[in-house]
Design a protein around this ligand. Structure first.
Ligand SMILES: Cc1cc2nc3c(=O)[nH]c(=O)nc-3n(C[C@H](O)[C@H](O)[C@H](O)COP(=O)(O)OP(=O)(O)OC[C@H]3O[C@@H](n4cnc5c(N)ncnc54)[C@H](O)[C@@H]3O)c2cc1C
Length: 417
């Protein structure tokens, strides 16, 4: 039987495995987490809306009915492209080797601090479940701590949330922290008003959501400002420490702002696995460390190795869940055709299904080609699309319940810290 090893249980890897369910192959999915992760909803875990299980279903459970798929937990730390095997480090530090005939690499991205690695110690990233839980503890902990602080400047610092990055993640986080401060938590504190919280969103670009049409960016900006979010555009981060953030505004003047919660939602680069693959195969990487692939998503140097999802550098495609799903499925189709002796499918073409960002409780922007939606209608589109793409029927049901609690009732159920 043709052996396929898939690395990564993200959108790309998981969809590749599922697309191989009827192929005459034996699949082994190796991933460094035992769960899939719906990253676009990480911010809802960080702000107390959803529980971890809803966005991170166990991979074994997702694939339990797929008889030709085996799930293995471990981190791929080596690749021998000549011997066609990957070296996997297990949780206890021991090593195993897994042989393949075809390899699909879907290792995704990690947070990038643009060379300022010391920022990592002082600013929360937003890439993993651990990141979201740490941020949840930080956000709700800040409100708890503020109750004990009488000195106005110290309380103001405790209640200042500085977010770097005006893309969808930064916008969604800013909107939800604004909702917490101005709606959900208002009735719960006695000694101070949660509306004193300052939510600052910094970006070097002149507008938020730069990949969206200008009109939608402007609508999202207005919705955020209605929630009390302060937008600091054309502003770059000069320094971050354990108590503050220092920024340089459009005039170049530097300002140090005391802020006890600092969030980095500004950049990503390929996970270290990409360099392991590049070193083993001679494949080229771009400035984000992504691996250059041919039109069928395979490496030119090693046609039996495919790179899919965020880690793939192909035709300038962006790091989006839909690109990951489609490329994962495409690699699976090529492998199934080869294993079955069929003609190869046509080259990979990405079908753009649009992008969206939820700005507040019932407001979102959505861009589908020339159609742009905002406000409540945008939010309804957001709701339908996210429900459709959540993994697992049970998760959809509990997510709907949690969304009803949050969006209709204004409450936050998932905030144990
Ligand atoms: C906060 C946030 C919000 C986002 N919002 C949106 C959005 O609204 N819309 C949208 O389309 N996209 C969004 N994205 C992007 C989207 O989530 C990614 O494009 C998508 O997750 C990429 O899928 P992937 O499978 O390539 O990588 P990932 O989902 O990152 O999965 C990578 C997998 O590889 C595994 N892995 C990595 N290295 C190793 C190793 N050495 N050994 C074993 N396993 C390894 C990881 O454990 C993981 O299972 C968002 C991303 C983030 C972080």
């Amino acid at each position: 039987m043709h052996r396929v090893v898939v690395i990564g249980s993200g959108f790309a890897g998981l969809n590749a495995v599922k697309a191989l369910r009827r192929a005459p192959v034996a699949v082994t999915l190796v991933a460094s987490t035992n769960h899939h992760l719906f990253q676009p909803l990480l911010y809802q875990v960080a702000t107390g809306i959803l529980s971890t299980g809803e966005i991170a279903p166990p991979t074994r459970e997702v694939l339990r009915r797929q008889a030709n798929a085996t799930v293995a937990l471990g981190e791929v730390v080596a690749l021998d492209a000549d011997a066609r095997s990957v070296g996997v480090r297990l949780a206890d530090g021991t090593m195993r080797s897994v042989a393949y005939d075809s390899l699909i690499v879907g290792g995704g991205m990690v947070t990038s601090y643009f060379g300022n690695e010391r920022f990592e110690r002082f600013a929360h990233g937003m890439k993993s479940l651990e990141d979201a839980l740490a941020l949840r503890a930080q956000i709700f902990g800040a409100f708890e701590n503020a109750q004990w602080i009488d000195e106005p400047a110290a309380r103001a610092a405790e209640l200042t949330f500085a977010i770097v990055g005006g893309g969808p993640t930064g916008v969604e986080l800013a909107g939800q922290i604004g909702e917490l401060a101005h709606r959900s938590l208002v009735a719960e504190f006695r000694s101070f008003a949660t509306t004193q919280a300052r939510i600052l969103l910094f970006d070097g670009a002149p507008r938020i959501l730069p990949t969206f049409p200008e009109r939608l960016s402007a609508r999202a900006a207005a919705a955020l400002e209605r929630l009390g979010v302060e937008l600091h555009l054309g502003t770059t981060v000069a320094d971050i420490d354990g108590e503050s953030i220092t920024v340089a505004g459009p005039d170049g003047a530097r300002r140090r702002i005391p802020a006890h919660t600092r969030i980095w939602a500004a950049g990503v680069r390929a996970a270290p696995l990409a360099q392991i693959v590049a070193d083993a195969t001679g494949a080229a990487t771009d400035r984000l460390g992504r691996l250059a692939v041919a039109e069928d998503c395979s490496l030119r140097e090693r046609p039996e190795i495919f790179v899919v999802g965020d880690m793939m550098d192909l035709a300038g495609l962006p790091g989006l869940a839909e690109v990951a799903m489609q490329s994962g499925r495409h690699a699976a189709r090529v492998i199934a055709a080869r294993a079955g002796g069929d003609a190869p499918p046509r080259p990979f073409r990405y079908h753009d299904l649009g992008t969206m960002a939820a700005v507040s409780r019932t407001s979102a922007v959505a861009s589908f080609g020339r159609l742009g939606l905002s406000g409540r209608i945008g939010w309804l589109a957001w709701l339908v699309v996210h429900l459709a793409f959540l993994t697992g029927f049970k998760n959809r049901v509990t997510t709907v319940v949690h969304w009803a609690i949050t969006f209709l009732g204004n409450a936050r159920e998932e905030r144990a810290i």
